[in-house]
Design a binder for this molecule. Structure first.
Ligand SMILES: [Zn+2]
Ligand SMILES: [Zn+2]
Ligand SMILES: [Zn+2]
Length: 198
């Protein structure tokens, strides 16, 4: 029976994406003190905490997908009796904590890692796109309030977008201004009240 109270847990560090696999037993969780599990790589960041409550554990997982902490309440009996228990990120549906025997959780998390890398790439792409959308929206706002003009005096400005930059072009004198789609230039725009093509 005692054997049933030994498990391994596997998770991915949200800070450096390292995989961690830790052996645990019932005695690791006692009292009301949270037990912390840190990164399996070199960053020493805290990834998971497990706090015992009466008949359950409150498990807080720093999510490697959405960077938010997710809190799960799992009955102790469920925690220890399941062959494989997977806790999922509620936003992306991705498994973020695996509890089971060592070989099983290792296989599961390695499978998950591929998915994780793919999803993260998609997230990065959508971040870039959102930056472009935000930047364009900001330029449109400024244009509406007459804040976009050319040094020739014209305010007939066209906007072109590609994946790296936003190009403002004066329809009258063909002067051009490129605004790179970066966080830095978006921040500049958010604080600017005018854009002048010069
Ligand atoms: Zn780490
Ligand atoms: Zn999440
Ligand atoms: Zn002009």
């Amino acid at each position: 029976m005692i054997k049933e109270f030994k498990k391994s847990i596997a998770y991915i560090c949200p800070y450096c994406s390292s995989i961690a696999i830790r052996d645990i037993n019932l005695f690791d969780f006692s009292g009301n003190t949270p037990t912390a599990f840190t990164c399996g790589g070199d960053c020493f960041e805290q990834c998971i905490t497990v706090t015992p409550k009466k008949d359950k554990y409150t498990i807080s997982v720093n999510c490697p997908m959405c960077d938010d902490p997710h809190v799960f309440n799992i009955k102790k009996i469920t925690f220890w009796q399941n062959k494989l228990l997977i806790l999922h990120c509620p936003d992306t549906g991705i498994g973020i904590l695996f509890i089971g025997d060592r070989d099983t959780v290792k296989a599961e998390i390695e499978q998950q890692e591929e998915m994780f890398i793919k999803m993260n790439e998609e997230y990065a792409v959508s971040d870039e796109l959102n930056m472009i959308f935000d930047t364009v929206e900001r330029i449109n706002e400024l244009a509406k309030s007459g804040g976009v003009s050319c040094s020739c005096g014209s305010s007939a400005i066209s906007i072109e977008i590609d994946s790296e930059k936003i190009t403002l072009r004066c329809r009258d004198c063909a002067r051009v201004k490129d605004i790179p789609a970066t966080e830095e230039s978006l921040n500049l725009l958010l604080n600017a009240s005018t854009i002048v093509l010069d």
